[in-house]
Design a protein around this ligand. Structure first.
Ligand code: ATP
Ligand code: MG
Length: 176
């Protein structure tokens, strides 16, 4: 399945905005992405991944905000969700992807949640033959990222079909 990851991210931003506004946080693109970035993945499941990451970013951020960004490198795009939140202690960085694991049970309890969000993220990305990475500094914030294969854009597909059509036509003419 081919889809534009920028517009999926836009939907996620629209959906999460009010939650962020309640906390006086902003949710934005890291920069303007004028052209679509077509990826080869399951749109519904990647939507779920982004929703989980952005909802965590909002939940564990007290001030500042959340940024979604993309880095295109040849065949892949790196998608990241960056926050200015509480951060994650280094000793917990691998455990947060385990089911039901939550940093500081007592504080997390007030926030609500079951500790499944990141386990789901990990599972979905593994099913896409990719993985989620995290960099975090306590008191400064966290960045979660993952890579997806870039697919053809609609225009590129269109162009290729047109080329094929022309080729077939000229073959037909040769045989006359
Ligand atoms: P659920 O997602 O099921 O509602 P949850 O958010 O607690 O609950 P996960 O999304 O799996 O569970 O996250 C696991 C734990 O990792 C969280 O409880 C939190 O301690 C920590 N965590 C996740 N994302 C962030 C983040 N962006 N900043 C700081 N800590 C985070
Ligand atoms: Mg969560």
């Amino acid at each position: 399945e081919h889809f534009n990851i920028v517009s999926i991210a836009e939907e996620v931003i629209d959906q999460m905005e009010s939650k962020a506004e309640d906390k006086n946080l902003t949710v934005r693109f890291d920069s303007a992405y004028e052209t679509p970035i077509f990826v080869h993945a399951d749109a519904d499941r990647i939507y779920r991944v982004l929703t989980n990451l952005v909802s965590n970013a909002i939940k564990y951020t007290l001030e500042g905000g959340v940024q979604i960004g993309f880095e295109v490198k040849s065949e892949k795009v790196l998608v990241y969700v960056k926050d200015t939140g509480v951060g994650i202690p280094p000793e917990h960085l691998t455990r947060i992807f385990e089911r039901f694991f939550r940093v500081e049970k007592s504080r997390s309890k007030e926030m609500g949640g079951t500790g499944l969000g990141l386990a789901i993220v990990k599972h979905i990305l593994e099913a896409h033959n990719t993985k989620v990475s995290v960099i975090s500094t306590v008191g400064k914030g966290s960045t979660f990222s993952f890579k997806l294969p870039i697919g053809q854009s609609a225009e590129e597909m269109e162009e290729e079909l047109e080329e094929e059509r022309l080729e077939l036509e000229s073959l037909g003419e040769d045989n006359r």
